[in-house]
Ligand binder design. Structure first.
Ligand code: MLT
Length: 272
């Protein structure tokens, strides 16, 4: 396997790409319905999806870190460097980058260190602040559990927190799909990502002076990132629009893909 992240292009080959970075511990399939909407209309948007290190079809983080000369210790900086690397290999040196939750943390890491890449930024169901001690300890425990006998079952309880209370009743298929994705999550990827997220710093400052259009979006029922988190990011960005998605929890893009696609389409139009 090549030591580059797995990248897939969707829709038109020309034009400013919209890069979508997925949530933990999923992969790019999470964006399927959003991508279908963005590319399936009369004015399709060029979209690029990327799998996180160790997820989907991407190689493990340690192989990426070695090739990129990054430290071995899990870090979202390595993930951000690997995104920049795979986009450069595709001839992309400027893009609108939107990430959901963990994907948003990586978009923030890009804002900190690879700012010239960004023609716009979308921060979905995410936050720019660092974890507190309890959250960090939980992540490290889940990382250890994932590489032990529990394996992917270490993340199974997430099914109870990542969806809106409205989703099981209105969209039972979404619950089944997300449960399946959690069961398939690769244990080594879970462990690496949890350790990387545990070590991420506060990146609110990375947003100030980021003079490109921004979107801050959250599911109204998201219990992992709050309205205050969204307002902090929007307040730091010079040019941000805030969107709250009804009947969506943490996985807004999976629960309400058409609404999320509409918001991303509007962000892309502001940047193009
Ligand atoms: C995600 O959806 O990517 C996770 O909830 C991120 C996190 O654990 O902070």
């Amino acid at each position: 396997m090549s030591a580059r992240l797995s990248l897939t292009r969707h829709g038109p080959a020309e034009g400013l790409p919209l890069v979508l970075l997925h949530a933990f511990p999923l992969d790019s399939r999470m964006w399927d319905a959003v991508v279908a909407d963005l590319t399936g209309r009369d004015d399709p948007v060029p979209v690029v999806t990327v799998d996180a290190p160790g997820f989907g079809r991407s190689p493990r983080a340690r192989d990426l870190a070695r090739r990129l000369g990054c430290p071995d210790a899990p870090s979202l900086r390595t993930y951000a460097a690997a995104v920049e690397d795979v986009l450069a290999a595709e001839g992309i040196d400027r893009a609108v980058v939107a990430g959901l939750s963990m994907g948003g943390y990586v978009a923030l890491a890009l804002a900190e260190r690879h700012r010239d890449l960004l023609a716009g930024i979308g921060l979905l169901d995410t936050k720019a602040t660092a974890d507190g001690e309890d959250a960090r300890a939980t992540r490290l425990r889940v990382a250890d559990q994932a590489t032990g006998p529990l394996g992917a079952r270490a993340v199974a309880p997430m099914i109870d927190t990542v969806l809106s209370p409205a989703t099981p009743e209105n969209q039972p298929d979404v619950v089944r799909t997300v449960r399946g994705w959690l069961e398939e999550a690769p244990p080594h990827g879970i462990a690496w990502a949890q350790r990387a997220m545990a070590g991420r710093p506060d990146r609110v400052a990375a947003l100030s002076g980021l003079d490109v259009p921004g979107l801050v979006l959250r599911g109204a029922d998201d219990v992992s990132s709050s309205q205050e988190d969204a307002e902090t990011m929007a307040g730091a960005l010079p040019d941000a629009e805030v969107v709250v998605v009804d009947r969506a929890g943490h996985l807004s893009a999976v629960e309400q893909p058409e609404v999320v696609a509409e918001a991303l389409r509007a962000l892309h139009a502001r940047c193009a």
